[in-house]
Design a protein around this ligand. Sequence first.
Ligand code: ATP
Ligand code: MG
Length: 553
Amino acid sequence: MSTPETPSSSNFIRTIISEDLQTGKRDQVITRFPPEPNGYLHIGHAKSICLNFGLAEEYAGRCHLRFDDTNPTKEEDEYVEAIKEDVTWLGFDWGQHLYFASDYFPQLYAWAVQLIKAGKAYVDSQSAEEMRANRGTLTEAGKDSPYRNRSVEENLDLFEKMKNGEFADGSHILRAKIDMTSPNMNLRDPAMYRILHAHHHRTGDAWCIYPMYDFAHGQEDSIEGVTHSICTLEFEDHRPLYDWFIKELEIFAPQQIEFARLNLSYTVMSKRKLLQLVTENHVSGWDDPRMPTVSGMRRRGYPAAAIRSFCERIGVGRSASWIDLSVLEDCVREELNGTAFRRQAVLNPLKVTITNYDQVEMLDAPNHPQQPELGSRVLPMSNQLWIDRDDFMENPPSPKKYFRLGPEREVRLRNSYIIKCDEFIKDENGEIVELKCSADLDTLGKNPEGRKVKGIIHWVSAPHAVKLPVRIYDRLFNQENPDKAQDYLSALNPESLQETFALVEPSLLEGKPGETFQFERVGYFTVDAKDSTEGKPVFNRTVTLRDTWAKVK
Ligand code: ATP
Ligand code: MG
């Protein structure tokens, strides 16, 4: 597992852009984020979004949001809306510059005709198998199609008939006439247009031929005047083709720059697989809090700022690298540590009675220990408490290093008194069911001379506690690289979701959808934005307080 790239290597794209501005090759910076609306955005897309919008901001340029909707069969408006919401939530703004590849269909068609007229494109009528066979291999040249030398007139006529719906899907295809012997397979007369009698989410039934991604992408960038077209490494071999189209059409030439895509451990990022997780109900939807999607992470309670700082931290390089999921989780902790209000909640309760305290007090407890300006809340205290079962041990294995409750041991109750355990009660099975403790009533909110107590534990007042549903989320996959498993579904972590309850202090009833709290000593928890109802928040565990995976699994 590699560590995040150093800041110096994160800058190679900045270096190129700065040079282009200095030499006068460009006088402004226009980038774009070009999702295909066939799924929800994931953390890999977030990297691309932060990079493209971030560079535009840095160089006072602009970044376009362009939907690359050239494939009608898999694309939907639902995805368009979700993508817009996610980009906005991540903190970026495309302003006026929202575009759709489908708006360029007439222009792309005109350009295809132009290339036919120039003798640079032809209609091929081979079957798919013939075409595949004649394409050759990496070590063997391809063979010219018998239709390669059709006349311009015949090609124009056939292409128009393709457009007019006179042919069945797959019967003809428009190809660029480049070189069937090129060592770069992408240049062996690549397909430009295919026949597809399919309904498009925006153009409806206006077209029954659709441009191939490779014929569309570079020209879309050109139309928009994109100066730096940033994409992932697998498009490096397509660059000569994009450049060829641009040159033959004599249009504005964007510069393509490739970077390594983000790979994250314990995660899959192919949209096909994410879709399968959704449709086969392995998760509750694209925004299931375990999904690596932007909407899933938002629902889980990851702050947008944490995702941005993650993208900054991992940098941008040219060599494929894996980032450990713990790097992302650390960014989430760091962000939440500074912002999340502290609250008390007990997930695994053990009853405590304070024998020398017979009142109810409304204590004033700070929302954040280091930031008094964040205010405080009322925390009820009584003589019946719940503490966490793990905070009592009858016989701690290393007594000198044990600072929680035990027989005759003292701890401070967070925001309250120091108590001592005088007695513990077991049931008939030998399980501890209750502690009887006495409080040092002189120790509220202060620690007088000579009263040094190392342990602090969290608690809630039993008569005031509210029982609320809590979902303990964990990593969706329990293998570092799920794609390596024979079937990635077999790498699903069966314990990625545990539904339980917590006994919480009453102020948590006011938690708003999407609001995140630190349950002290337990973890960060976010009010679920979908399943919570007024006065009944459902909590999602956002992240633990520490990385437990490094040791446990
Ligand atoms: P898939 O191959 O699963 O369909 P995709 O990468 O083709 O996904 P697009 O919607 O085309 O999905 O992606 C939009 C942009 O996001 C592209 O510019 C792509 O390079 C970038 N992107 C996608 N995945 C990653 C990733 N893992 N790391 C960085 N950038 C990514
Ligand atoms: Mg793509």
